[in-house]
Design a protein around this ligand. Structure first.
Ligand code: URP
Ligand code: ZN
Ligand code: ZN
Length: 473
């Protein structure tokens, strides 16, 4: 199957130029002026931008968490991702206690296989380390899973101690894997949560007040220091605050091989949102913070202290006592209401996978905070490089997978749950005005989204192996 995209303006991480693009057999076959191709279906992209399919390296589809399960699975999450211009994501295959890493991968394969539409990979979430697991780490790298995630928070659940973190880093350094951390001091946070509950402070605002930025800054600095000692590359997920940015920047300045991401929600929401009557909608960890932190995050993505903007997509229903309709069928699962009356029981996580690129387009590029090339670097190219996928994905180059988005810079939409494909009952950006949206989305040359039409087929997305020894940007 061949598609010739004519007259578009191509955008990469470093260039913006007029060219045609020929997609053939799932790859980008040619890029150039005035192309023609026998038998190709022609698409006129005049007046539109042509971008690489976006990559989101931080998602939690169908994740058991907080007494329920995140409400998007590998079909609904992929459909939503594609409508937002994302054609590849990396989910976290979480090791259960006592489980081999390979077993976690097999469990995630069962979730994904018949449902996937966009392409995907896994990071391995390590919760229970011993000699056998340490020895499995190099095998995982060789099998195409070169990134390991550890939680420094969620005490008595996912949290690991520093011995586990450091031993994992040493092994990762030896075999070219990347260590990722959720950096918050889970011990201190646990004490603060117990104190708040004992004092009767139970509203969603207390979710943020019991997870102060110092706890994130401290854990980030600790992870940076341990990675420097181990000689391991480190990637800090969902950075939310100036103190964590500073810890990463300091580590980089001192020669540590440290990188990080923030997520689009942390640019736009603050503890004030948690004070609203529907504050539970904004509960995620680390929490949304302050306007000063938002400014620090914008600066960090501009100056290269942070290299990717992901989503940490982990949606829950706001009111899981009521079914919603999804593709003509009722869908119901417990959600944020589990924490009514006690902030510590609100499932942590937000729906963002579809919102990310349109919001970044309108409120990042559109408001002059980042350039179009920075958007492509932060949303597409850097994550491909950091996570061992480049140049197969994340760019527009001959030989790369034909993951391509045609973007109409003038298309307008009032954003919100009714316009969204995320399988939940609310949208963080309800009522926000968007100018600039994907109008055609190709995955390996196949059209998944055509305007408002969904053409994706469950089970066609491919698990994609990634390389070890990826660069540190
Ligand atoms: O609140 C969040 N972020 N939920 C998902 C799990 C995690 O910590 O990434
Ligand atoms: Zn996390
Ligand atoms: Zn996460």
């Amino acid at each position: 199957m061949k598609t010739l995209i004519k007259n578009g303006t191509l955008v990469t991480a470093s260039e913006t130029f007029q060219a045609d693009l020929l997609l053939a057999d799932g790859r980008i076959a040619l890029i150039g002026a005035g192309l023609s191709a026998d038998g190709a279906q022609e698409v006129d992209a005049a007046g539109h931008y042509v971008l690489p399919g976006a990559i989101d390296v931080h998602t939690h589809l169908e994740l058991p968490f907080g007494g329920t399960v995140s409400s998007d699975d590998f079909y609904s999450g992929h459909k939503a991702a594609a409508f937002g211009g994302t054609t590849f994501h990396i989910d976290f295959a979480m090791q259960a206690k006592g489980e081999r890493l390979q077993q976690a991968v097999e469990r995630w394969n069962k979730k994904a296989a018949d449902k996937a539409v966009i392409d995907y990979g896994y990071h391995l979430g390590i919760t229970d380390l011993n000699e056998a697991i340490l020895n499995e780490i190099p095998e995982m790298g060789r099998a195409g899973i070169p990134s390991l995630k550890l939680f420094m928070a969620y005490k008595n659940n996912l949290q690991v101690d520093d011995t586990t973190l450091f031993r994992t880093m040493l092994k990762a350094a030896e075999h070219g894997l990347l260590v990722m951390v959720h950096a918050e001091n889970g011990d201190a946070i646990d004490v603060l949560i117990q104190q708040a509950r004992a004092a009767g402070h139970l509203t969603p605002e207390w979710h943020a007040l019991t997870r102060p930025d110092w706890c994130e800054g401290e854990a980030t600095g600790r992870a940076v220091a341990l990675a420097a000692v181990a000689g391991a590359p480190l990637y800090v997920v969902h950075v939310t605050c100036a103190k964590a940015v500073e810890a990463i920047a300091l580590g980089r300045a001192k020669g540590a091989r440290v990188m990080g991401e923030t997520c689009v929600q942390y640019f736009h929401f603050s503890v004030d949102n948690l004070r609203q009557p529907d504050g539970a909608k904004f509960v995620c960890s680390p929490p949304v913070r302050t306007a000063a932190d938002q400014a620090a995050l914008w600066e960090a993505v501009r100056n290269g202290s942070l290299q990717h903007i992901s989503t940490d997509h982990c949606p829950f229903l706001f009111d899981g006592t009521r079914p919603i309709m999804y593709e003509g069928r009722p869908f119901q699962i417990p959600g944020k209401e589990l924490g009514a009356g006690d902030f510590s029981k609100i499932p942590n996580g937000l729906p963002v996978i579809e919102d990310r690129m349109p919001i970044l387009w309108s409120y990042g590029v559109g408001q002059g905070r980042i350039s179009l090339n920075q958007l492509v670097a932060l949303g597409c190219t850097n994550p491909a490089k950091i996570f061992g996928l480049y140049p197969q994905k994340g760019t527009l180059a001959v030989g790369s997978d034909a993951d391509v988005v045609i973007w109409d810079p003038h298309k307008q939409k009032t954003w919100g749950v009714n316009a969204s494909h995320q399988r939940t009952d609310y949208n963080l950006f309800e009522g926000w005005e968007i100018t600039g949206l994907p109008v055609k989305v190709f995955r390996r040359g196949e059209l998944l989204v055509d305007g408002d039409r969904w053409l994706g087929q469950a089970g066609t997305g491919k698990w994609t192996p990634r390389a070890t020894h990826a660069p540190v940007l």
